[in-house]
Design a binder for this molecule. Structure first.
Ligand SMILES: Cc1cc2nc3c(=O)[nH]c(=O)nc-3n(C[C@H](O)[C@H](O)[C@H](O)COP(=O)(O)OP(=O)(O)OC[C@H]3O[C@@H](n4cnc5c(N)ncnc54)[C@H](O)[C@@H]3O)c2cc1C
Length: 475
């Protein structure tokens, strides 16, 4: 399945028509002045009325639009897909509302929690586990959850040793820049090699680091995961709790409320092909027609996607490095699985290289139990028998009645999964990556300072920063 083929999540101009689209995003007050834009017959006079253009309707773009709207700036959001949300995508599987992209909030993520409270979004706790399957000498072995907690707690302490010093203020990662020189060049794999732990302990750790790093612990930087660990409170329990809370209505519910509040106009099916600054204005060209001009444009696409857009003048060094090396992990397959019958709520982790690296139990339904699995690069998700065998490593004898895999790295408007910094990227890219390029401003979870990459918290944080920069430039 292609992640950009939006399935059943629909906020589309094609299906709903213009009036419904405007209603869906709460844009009625701008409807009159921007109607030529929606009709696809934008005239120069209309275009110059825009104060800002936001490229991408994910959480970063949604935050920018909402903030600019609150300042009374007329904002157009151009979104490539036929839906809002980006790497957040709420849909349906086995008759349940589920998330094919990001799905959890953590209690420490203050910006997201504030937005949830602001828009009255209800939340609930994740299904508690009954027991676990964890790596043994060979294969996976049954383990009780308290052992998982206490053993991983000790192992995480070792893995992230001294991170409380080099991230003394984890929300401000460069605060102890002097200490980062020794650790920022290390990949997670480099750090794992430094540990004196048993081979089984290593398997307990490298499955967890590989799942976050997009399949291989060699891809991501130690400081990326260590920063999350410190932001979560510097404990395994805190880190684990970032997968603890879910919004009622799925992760798209909050963004829908934010965009409705923004009063911005959201134009779907509008992949941007170029962004050009000249004569104090930015012109944004949409593939297949339509060009829009404003005093400022905010690029709120994934960093990996910047290389597919033509920038004039060309991107600065840090941005070129980010999009060339990648900041979105190279493999991210989230699989919803329905396992037939009454099934224990089994949590599982498997060593790096396994077809499924992590299994997270979800609700028991009359026909079976739902699980979320994170597949590694060795799993062929087109082959049901292989998916069933991979699930059976955690649940011997399990019968998979249905599954749905979303491969974000194959999605042309993500070009990767959640974000994670690579070795050296913290010191080499920051703070330059947060700076505007003339009248072009950048936003996105991938380039957030705090909860970067794998959390909407980072998208909101960077959106707030970008909105301030854009408002200043819009004059
Ligand atoms: C499988 C998976 C699991 C995750 N789990 C969690 C989780 O549990 N909790 C959590 O908080 N976060 C999670 N994340 C991370 C979270 O989804 C992201 O951090 C966040 O959604 C990124 O928001 P963003 O606005 O920066 O980027 P995106 O959501 O990617 O938004 C960018 C937007 O730009 C659009 N775009 C791209 N190219 C163009 C173009 N040329 N023209 C116009 N528009 C364009 C895209 O279509 C998209 O809508 C997960 C991500 C994935 C993939």
């Amino acid at each position: 399945m292609n992640a950009h083929d939006s399935g059943s999540v629909k906020v589309t101009d094609r299906r709903l028509g213009r009036r419904s689209l405007l209603k869906a995003v709460g844009a009625t007050s701008l409807a009159a002045s921007l109607s030529p834009v929606l009709a696809g017959t934008a005239r120069a006079a209309e275009e110059t009325r825009l104060d800002a253009i936001v490229i991408g309707a994910g959480y970063a773009g949604g935050t920018v639009a909402r903030e600019l709207g609150a300042k009374g700036l007329r904002t157009l959001v151009l979104e490539a897909r036929d839906r809002i949300g980006g790497r957040i995508w709420t849909g349906s599987f086995a008759g349940q509302t589920v998330d094919f992209g990001g799905g959890w909030l953590g209690p420490q993520q203050e910006l997201a929690q504030k937005e949830v409270a602001r828009y009255g979004i209800k939340t609930f706790y994740e299904t508690p586990g009954d027991r676990a399957m964890m790596p043994g000498e060979t294969g996976l072995v049954g383990t009780d959850l308290s052992t998982v907690s206490s053993r991983l707690s000790g192992l995480f302490k070792e893995l992230f040793k001294n991170s409380e010093s080099y991230f003394e203020h984890p929300a401000d990662p460069l605060f102890r820049k002097d200490l980062l020189a020794a650790v920022d060049p290390l990949s997670l794999e480099d750090r794992l090699r430094q540990l004196s732990v048993s081979p089984v302990d290593l398997k307990w750790l490298n499955g967890g680091s590989a799942v976050y790093a997009g399949g291989s612990s060699s891809w991501a930087g130690l400081t990326s995961m260590a920063q999350w660990y410190q932001l979560a409170g510097g404990t395994y329990e805190g880190f684990e709790s970032t997968m603890g809370i879910k919004p009622v209505g799925g992760m798209t519910a909050l963004l829908t409320a934010m965009l409705a509040d923004s009063k911005a106009m959201v134009k779907l099916n509008s992949p941007v092909s170029s962004v050009t600054e000249a004569n104090g204005k930015v012109t944004v060209q949409v593939q297949g027609g339509g060009a829009y001009t404003a005093p400022v444009a905010v690029v709120a696409t994934p960093a990996n996607v910047w290389k597919s857009i033509t920038f004039n003048p060309g991107l600065p060094k840090a941005h070129t490095q980010a999009t060339t090396q990648g900041m979105g992990v190279p493999h991210a397959t989230k699989i919803w699985v329905l396992v037939k019958g009454k099934v224990d709520a089994v949590y599982g982790q498997a060593p790096e290289g396994s077809p499924i690296l992590m299994l997270v139990p979800q609700q028991q339904l009359p026909e079976g139990r739902l699980f979320v699995a994170f597949g590694g690069p060795s799993l062929d998700t087109n082959d049901k028998a292989k998916v069933q065998t991979a699930v059976q490593a955690f649940l011997p004898g399990a019968e998979v009645s249905d599954y749905r895999a979303t491969a974000w790295h194959e999605d042309k408007y993500a070009m990767g999964g959640w974000g994670m910094r690579r070795p050296n990227q913290l010191l080499q890219l920051f703070p330059q990556i947060e700076q505007p390029h003339g009248r072009i401003v950048f936003a996105g979870a991938d380039i957030a300072k705090g909860w970067h990459g794998a959390f909407i918290e980072g998208a909101i944080e960077s959106g707030l920063r970008a909105a301030q920069q854009a408002a200043t430039l819009a004059g």
